[in-house]
Design a binder for this molecule. Structure first.
Ligand SMILES: Nc1nc2c(ncn2[C@@H]2O[C@H](COP(=O)(O)OP(=O)(O)OP(=O)(O)O)[C@@H](O)[C@H]2O)c(=O)[nH]1
Length: 321
């Protein structure tokens, strides 16, 4: 099956009470909403969010009795396959996208790993976006010392900042800066802007101008560190894959996010990974892409970024600026 026919999945995550269900309910009511199937994962005996979302999307499926990232991965797989089968048989309307709303304590990298490595799911669905809702009131203060919050922010392709109506506008830049220190490659949007799925998901053609890469290594105060490397030389793709595989093999548990735009002898390649799982590399063949420098970004916890940079330079024989 070709990549084109895979059903895209949007993973909607964010800490407890951040505003995931509120945003999802609003987006589902938008006139321009895709045809969306929704899976809601909740802790506890009684799920409530799926009832709220279910008023708008009647075929919403509740995954309860555990967290989808650790305890009920099999249930997630069965629920996705069940949705696809029911749509195929005409029992529920056809859909263009599946949205999975996680619990507030989920680690997105575990779910990505299930979606990517399961041999059956791998041929049916593809994780397209990780959308993380961050509560502007509690995000950087209350939640920042929670590893799950940092993992969710680091995994995001888009960060939706919620509850901006509840704080003075002047407080926003501070949170935005802190978020971009943890994850410099995610877009940050105001959740109150009536955003549709089209607004928050990555399009098939990538807007290179929207990609941001940090210039060096830094720590953000939550224990996560970021390394950004930029260089102009063309890389040997095979050597890079060997190096990256070794890094993931050795330090996979510490990695929160990897994003690379690479000039190689085979063209420009975009690599996007959450935790130690990588999406399929995407070839970018536009003229704009070929005029870019190469950029690598690693976000990790307890990883010596100076040594990582030295190892990259030595193995690939590249001097970075
Ligand atoms: N004022 C305001 N309240 C919001 C906003 N977004 C969410 N809320 C409120 O915040 C509370 C939690 O919102 P939910 O959407 O249930 O949050 P959640 O992330 O789905 O929560 P859990 O599933 O329990 O983790 C609710 O009372 C919402 O009404 C917002 O942008 N502005």
């Amino acid at each position: 099956m070709s990549q084109r026919s895979l059903v895209p999945i949007t993973l909607l995550t964010g800490f407890l009470g951040a505003g995931k269900t509120t945003w999802l309910s609003a987006a589902l009511q938008s006139e321009t909403a895709d045809r969306v199937a929704v899976l809601v994962n909740e802790f506890g005996e009684v799920g409530i969010d799926h009832i709220l979302v279910g008023e708008i999307a009647p075929d919403t499926v509740l995954l309860n009795s555990g967290c989808v990232c650790c305890q009920i991965r099999g249930e997630l797989k069965d629920a996705i396959l069940n949705l696809l089968t029911r749509a195929h048989c005409g029992e529920i309307p056809q859909f263009d996208r599946i949205v999975i709303e996680t619990t507030g304590l989920a680690d997105p990298s575990q779910i990505l790993s299930t979606l990517t490595f399961d041999p059956v799911l791998h041929n049916q669905v593809v994780l397209q976006d990780v959308v993380t809702v961050v509560d502007v009131m509690n995000g950087a203060s209350l939640h920042a010392d929670q590893p799950e919050w940092v993992a969710q922010v680091a995994a995001a392709s888009t960060i939706l900042i919620s509850k901006t109506d509840l704080v003075p506008e002047a407080l926003l830049p501070d949170l935005q800066l802190r978020l971009s220190l943890i994850n410099p490659v995610a877009r940050q949007l105001d959740a109150q802007q009536n955003l549709t799925f089209a607004d928050i998901t990555s399009s098939s053609s990538i807007d290179l101008n929207s990609l941001q890469f940090p210039g060096s290594a830094h720590r953000d105060g939550t224990g996560a560190a970021t390394l950004g490397l930029t260089f102009d030389t063309s890389l040997d793709w095979t050597s890079f894959v060997v190096w990256l595989s070794a890094v993931i093999q050795r330090h996979g548990a510490n990695l929160l996010r990897v994003k690379c735009l690479l000039k190689t002898q085979e063209g420009v390649v975009l690599i996007d990974g959450v935790g130690h799982t990588l999406h399929h590399p995407r070839h970018l063949d536009s003229e704009i892409a070929s005029n870019q420098k190469s950029h690598l970004v690693f976000i990790a916890r307890d990883l010596d970024m100076v040594r990582l940079r030295a190892s990259f330079e030595a193995f690939l024989n590249v001097k970075v600026s």
